[in-house]
Design a protein around this ligand. Structure first.
Ligand SMILES: Cc1cc2nc3c(=O)[nH]c(=O)nc-3n(C[C@H](O)[C@H](O)[C@H](O)COP(=O)(O)OP(=O)(O)OC[C@H]3O[C@@H](n4cnc5c(N)ncnc54)[C@H](O)[C@@H]3O)c2cc1C
Length: 546
């Protein structure tokens, strides 16, 4: 046990011993009575630009802890009660087959890792390529415009989180220690240890590619199996219970091996399936719906990516004096326009706007960065909420139809490249003829186009009002040469697959999981949901015999 001390504020340029000295003074103890000191959280307090502070939360192990706690009488000192994550004990119901997981995004990988650690030898199905090979297909798409619909920024090992900024913060309440367990796992597989205490932890694409490969190898070492280029198709049931998953083999035979015909359909028997296909697996949702899975349409948000010089954001958030020292800064802005919420989302400091399309003839953008966040630009989605009333709730997949139509208009507007427009030209309704003072940072080919007809009048008007209003919070946000790119259409899942208290859908044995099923919104929350679904399986079933 140790003492938790919150709100330890120090100037950002504090020396190496300053934190320890502050702890000794708050606890009113001598140096030799402090046994250890661990930083739990550090955030930047930039409310006063002339006096920016680091605000720490620490755990201090001390001699005679109860006496120290009583004596220091400080409301910011308490007994530390960090909840350590504990996986549940295995249940008793027998499993004939090993559990199957669709997807190796954060949800599928973390579900797979936990099941493998508990001896369930899961089988993971992934339509895309392993991360190293996936990088090649993604970079070829960005360079030559040739999209691989099975292996791209959305699909492949690590899921949508691999080619990302790798922000790991989440708003999900965590009283079980799952959040810290996810962060510790990332560190164990190569993420920088500071993600355990940074207020806004971030990894970056360059590191994530190796990290997700490391997690997969650990699943395999523990007896699990990962089948790449294997796309889950239909669910087969018997008496309302899952009995098989039908899959398509997308790859040819390994040199020198028999079998493995491309496009071959085969059935994998299973009575437990964790389905974590992410929010871009539109074909999978279509199949599941036709297989009788209950799903419902869900609100989401659409809009554009906006780019500014990172230095402009740093100066706005930290002031001129500390802008370079504390760079790169983040922001989060929200407004109302005509009854709709307009807000920034998934901000990528020092990042790139990427072509994140996954379907031929449709264009979607997103943001990513490397660990150093050094592109020189800040980008963020600026998005407007759309509800089933906007896209017509004609069936559970009407949100997908709305997204597709938007992405088709974006594709057509720029001949398959990313459609780009400066904010001033967006407001004036004219196609831009060149860039201004904001240097573009894109991964993927671009072409100037008018985004107004792509987005439609209502969303365009809300974005113009929102972006103009954000200029009051960050000076220069609405500058005429801010670069917009369209369309940001995959901000969250357009469907939800309801699940009961045991995490089961209406089909017995099917565990909807992660962002695609509507239970997560980001890497960490998806990984935590993967843990929850795996725990539900573990609680009920005994590990299958070998
Ligand atoms: C460019 C980009 C940047 C992002 N940046 C961040 C960020 O910085 N921080 C953050 O928290 N979130 C970020 N996100 C969102 C985050 O990536 C997702 O919230 C998260 O990955 C969802 O995890 P998931 O496991 O539920 O699904 P996904 O990560 O989408 O994984 C689903 C997996 O299932 C596979 N799959 C789909 N259908 C099938 C099928 N039929 N058969 C077999 N396999 C299938 C896919 O190939 C994929 O690998 C970003 C997303 C993108 C696209």
């Amino acid at each position: 046990m140790s003492l938790r001390i919150t709100q330890l504020n120090l100037p950002v340029h504090h020396g190496p011993d300053a934190l320890q000295r502050k702890v000794l003074s708050v606890l009113r103890i001598r140096r030799e009575d402090l046994l250890s000191l661990e930083i739990i959280r550090r955030s930047v307090d930039a409310r006063k630009k002339d006096q920016i502070l680091f605000s720490y939360t620490v755990d201090a192990a001390v001699r005679e802890e109860q006496t120290v706690l009583r004596r220091c009488r400080n409301p910011h000192v308490s007994a530390a009660s960090e909840k350590t994550y504990r996986a549940p004990e295995s249940g008793t119901e027998p499993l004939l087959h090993r559990p199957v997981i669709i997807g190796t995004g954060p949800a599928g990988l973390f579900a797979g890792l936990l099941l493998a650690r508990k001896g369930y030898r899961p089988l993971l199905l992934e339509r895309g390529l392993p991360a190293g090979k996936r990088k090649i297909s993604v970079e070829r798409f960005w360079k030559e415009g040739r999209l691989d619909p099975e292996s791209n920024v959305s699909f492949g090992e690590g899921g949508a989180g691999t080619f990302s900024d790798g922000k790991l913060n989440t708003l999900v309440k965590d009283d079980s220690g799952r959040n810290r367990e996810v962060l510790k796992t990332f560190v164990a597989f190569g993420a920088p240890p500071d993600i355990l205490w940074q207020h806004l932890p971030h990894v970056g694409t360059d590191l994530l590619i190796d990290i997700v490969g490391g997690i997969r190898r650990e699943i395999e070492r523990l007896g699990g199996e990962v089948c790449f280029e294997t796309r889950a198709e239909h669910l087969l049931t018997k008496d309302g219970k899952l009995c098989c998953i039908e899959v398509t083999d997308l790859k040819g035979p390994e040199p020198g091996s028999a079998g493995g015909e491309v496009g071959r359909l085969r059935k994998i028997p299973c009575e437990v399936l964790i389905a974590a296909p992410g929010h871009s697996a539109r074909d999978t949702f279509e199949h599941f719906l036709s297989d009788g899975v209950v799903m419902e349409p869900k609100s989401f948000a659409v809009g554009v990516r906006i780019q500014h010089p990172q230095h402009m954001i740093d100066v706005s958030q930290y002031g001129e004096k500390e802008a370079d020292f504390l760079s790169p800064a983040v922001y989060k802005l929200a407004a109302k326009s005509g009854g709709r919420g307009v807000y920034t989302f998934c901000m990528c400091p020092g990042g790139y706007v990427v072509n994140a399309s996954s379907e031929p003839g449709r264009t979607a953008v997103n943001g990513m960065s490397c660990h150093d966040r050094a592109s020189g630009n800040a980008n963020s989605a600026v998005i407007v909420t759309v509800t089933p009333e906007d896209f017509g709730a004609e069936g559970p997949l009407s949100g997908i139809a709305f997204q597709r139509a938007l992405e088709e208009r974006a594709y057509d507007a720029a001949d398959g490249k990313i459609p780009v427009q400066l904010f001033g030209d967006f407001c004036a309704g004219r196609v831009s003829s060149g860039y201004g003072g904001v240097r573009p940072c894109f991964c993927g080919e671009t072409s100037f186009a008018d985004l107004n007809p792509v987005l439609g009048p209502e969303i365009s008007a809300a974005l113009k009002e929102g972006i103009s209003g954000f200029d009051k919070k960050i000076r220069g946000f609405a500058r005429a040469d801010a670069i917009l790119a369209g369309v940001e259409s995959r901000t969250s899942s357009p469907v939800r697959i309801p699940r009961d208290l045991e995490f089961l859908s209406n089909i017995s044995g099917l565990y909807p999981c992660g962002e695609g099923a509507g239970y997560a919104g980001g890497i960490t929350s998806a990984a935590m949901d993967g843990l929850k679904c795996a725990e539900a399986v573990i609680c009920r079933y005994a590990a299958p015999a070998r």
